[in-house]
Design a protein around this ligand. Structure first.
Ligand SMILES: NC(=O)c1ccc[n+]([C@@H]2O[C@H](COP(=O)([O-])OP(=O)(O)OC[C@H]3O[C@@H](n4cnc5c(N)ncnc54)[C@H](O)[C@@H]3O)[C@@H](O)[C@H]2O)c1
Length: 331
């Protein structure tokens, strides 16, 4: 990495924030951390003795001792904390989703641009070596023309009480699908299943239509008997699967199946699955390094504010489609 390592503060030291603490500490950048819960802060203080601690992310932002913050608090707090940090002149890496409202996200992007600050979103899968391998298969034409993509993000938990399964899980799948297709869908239809709480969908199924003819769907749930994190991409020449529950050597499989025609009869020729070699990197480590590099050099991350806004626009359209029980068009 070129440039000095900026002092970073981590806000939110819960289930996921702990991974940020570990990574930024290992990268020599962790200067401070905060959590709203005093017991969480004191419980972690001994593990990171060189980091200053705060009860409440707002206090960390106002302290003036960091140049950049990572916001890993619940999604409902993202918008206000990111605004406060940008107004204080800090660079911001906010966990997904960027916030819960498209207009608010656009205003955060404008604020970051005006102040010359990095605003990065935690769309982790864009930094996953298996997804990067899938993208290479698409970009280099191995799969041919894209036809259909689906992505499952299913498990038992983590059940949230504020944002639904769509906003909690699908940012990852939507960010990957938009990266593969290179455009926004023109139309979405979506349904939600509300079982534990009438206001919070536990499971959603969103179907995206693109002007190129590509179709995609995203199925997410926290009420599923086992973990299924799988993306399937079907192209005109070959098909590929990214299964994040498999071991490294088997995470990406390429299927060069063919479908030809004999007179007017379709003829399928089946091929063996070919494992695709991927690098052994921790996606979150790569994501944290990317943030530090962008802060130090002024470069833009793949998951910049614009990318975060595109994902929010699709999430917002899916949410409106669930509420209306009808298709929603995107301009
Ligand atoms: N990229 C990924 O793969 C991934 C995975 C899991 C979670 N996440 C994201 O990380 C974020 C946190 O999720 P989680 O599962 O760790 O939730 P969590 O509930 O386990 O932790 C959130 C923590 O934030 C703290 N907090 C709340 N308000 C705060 C404030 N104002 N200042 C400081 N701390 C505050 C809470 O006390 C809690 O400890 C969410 O945005 C979630 O979507 C991302």
């Amino acid at each position: 990495m070129s440039g000095a390592i900026p002092p970073v503060g981590v806000i939110g030291a819960g289930h996921w924030g702990k991974n940020h603490l570990r990574n930024f500490a290992a990268l020599g950048a962790l200067a401070a951390f905060a959590d709203a819960d005093a017991a969480t802060v004191s419980g972690l203080a001994a593990t990171y003795p060189n980091a200053k601690t705060f009860v409440g992310g707002e206090k960390l932002i106002d302290s003036g001792i960091v140049k950049a913050v990572v916001i890993a608090s619940p999604a409902v707090t993202h918008g206000a904390l990111a605004r406060r940090a940008l107004e204080a002149g800090l660079h911001v890496f906010v966990e997904k989703p960027l916030c819960l409202d498209v207009a608010e996200a656009e205003s955060l992007r404008d604020l970051a641009n005006r102040n010359g600050r990095v605003l990065m979103v935690g769309h982790l899968l864009l930094y996953h070596p298996a997804f990067l391998a899938m993208k290479r298969l698409v970009d280099t034409g191995v799969l041919g023309d894209l036809r259909y993509i689906y992505s499952n993000r299913l498990s038992l938990g983590k059940i949230r009480r504020e944002e639904n399964a769509l906003w909690s899980f699908a940012p990852h799948d939507i960010s990957m699908i938009l990266a593969l297709t290179g455009q926004l869908p023109s139309k979405v239809v979506a349904t939600g299943g509300h079982y534990l709480d009438s206001k919070v969908a536990d499971t959603t199924l969103s179907h995206l239509t693109f002007t190129t003819g590509v179709q995609a769907h995203v199925f997410v749930s926290w009420l599923h008997p086992y973990k299924d994190h799988r993306m399937v991409v079907v192209g005109s020449k070959a098909m590929a699967v990214f299964d994040d529950t498999r071991k490294l050597a088997e995470k990406v499989q390429l299927y060069r199946h063919g479908v030809g025609w004999n007179e007017d009869l379709p003829v399928v020729s089946r091929a063996e699955a070919e494992p695709v070699a991927i690098e052994d990197t921790e996606p979150l480590r790569v994501e944290c390094e990317t943030f530090l590099k962008c802060v130090a050099t002024g470069s833009r991350p793949t998951s910049d504010a614009e990318e975060g806004i595109r994902v929010l626009r699709v999430l917002d359209a899916c949410q409106r489609a669930i509420a209306a029980g009808a298709a929603v068009k995107l301009s």
